[in-house]
Design a protein around this ligand. Structure first.
Ligand code: ADP
Ligand code: MG
Length: 300
């Protein structure tokens, strides 16, 4: 699987990203947000993410063919499979980029199948997106400040309503502060005023993760977050993922490098031809005959 060649679904995503960003700011829900935030990171019985019989057709192509799995709370779960297995399409169906042809997606116990990406993000389920062309022309700090959901300042009417102006200013300040904290966490604060388009491949990956984090997610889906990243930055990204996980975030990670999966994920799901072929620990997967066969010709 070549990591630096965008696949069809990656290209399709870029337009969605701008929509998602705009839409997030369109519909303020300031009153709900405190309750929503408080409800996050609180253990509950249902897994934070469950996929049941997911199917996605593109014309005559069956990209996902009845995939079912769940992701345990607080886990770093790996999703692997040969090129074309349906991993990216599964991600896109989970996060609302594509509407599934059939099947269901549950966030905790709630059926969220087919919700738009910004609604998913508001609930706490996000995936990283490539930085769209429009966002390349903005600074790194601006990229982060655009990401959060439920900003009251984005509503023109509220912004000019007397009495709400202070609230708008305070919220913008809070977002700015959060953006700086996030930049600091990913150690890209020195790039705050750089145009996103000028970042290196690895720095972009950090920015993509930082943007996702700004929406205060509960579950983060990462599609090849280490693609094209140098070993030093790779270590940094993995380190940040582990830190966030200790803070209660849940991760589902698609990664081509099997060593990364084996060394970092306690649970691994293997997809093949659109459905789940096997699940288990890294060691169980490595020894699984069906998995070895599916990867015929590729290294595990
Ligand atoms: P993976 O991420 O595991 O490599 P994908 O989900 O990208 O796999 O692709 C699964 C299959 O669906 C492939 O055969 C791919 O060509 C096809 N596919 C993915 N996206 C589209 C699309 N937007 N239109 C048509 N076919 C697609
Ligand atoms: Mg893919």
């Amino acid at each position: 699987m070549s990591s630096d060649v965008p696949d069809a679904s990656d290209v399709a995503e870029t337009a969605d990203e701008v929509d998602a960003t705009d839409a997030v700011s369109d519909e303020p829900e300031a009153n709900d947000s405190a309750v929503e935030e408080a409800a996050k990171h609180v253990p509950s019985g249902a897994p934070p993410l469950r996929v049941e019989g997911l199917v996605k057709h593109f014309g005559g192509v069956t990209a996902v063919d009845g995939a079912s799995f769940e992701v345990e709370r607080g886990s770093l779960t790996g999703l692997i499979g040969p090129n074309g297995a349906g991993k990216s399409t599964t991600f896109n169906c989970i996060t609302g980029v594509h509407e599934p042809t059939a099947g269901s997606v549950y966030f905790k116990s709630e059926d969220v199948t087919g919700l738009e990406p910004y609604r998913m993000a508001r609930k706490g389920l996000v995936r990283t997106f490539q930085i769209a062309r429009e966002l390349e022309e903005m600074t790194v700090l601006e990229n982060l400040m655009l990401a959060p959901k439920g900003q009251i300042g984005e509503s023109a009417i509220r912004a000019v309503t007397p009495g709400l102006r202070r609230e708008v200013i305070e919220q913008e300040e809070a977002i700015r502060e959060r953006a700086w904290e996030t930049l600091d966490f990913f150690e890209i604060d020195h790039l705050a005023n750089e145009h996103a388009g000028n970042l290196s491949g690895g720095q972009r990956k950090l920015l993509e993760m930082a943007r996702a984090l700004m929406t205060d997610p509960e579950v983060v889906l990462l599609d090849e977050p280490l693609a094209g990243v140098n070993p030093t930055l790779e270590e940094k990204i993995l380190d940040r993922i582990h830190q966030l996980r200790e803070d209660g975030y849940t991760f589902l990670l698609v990664e081509h490098d099997m060593d990364v999966i084996m060394n970092n994920c306690e649970h691994v799901i293997v997809m093949h031809q659109g459905s789940v072929l096997a699940e288990g620990t890294g060691d169980e997967i490595r020894d699984n005959e069906r998995v070895i066969e599916a990867y015929l010709g590729e290294d595990i």
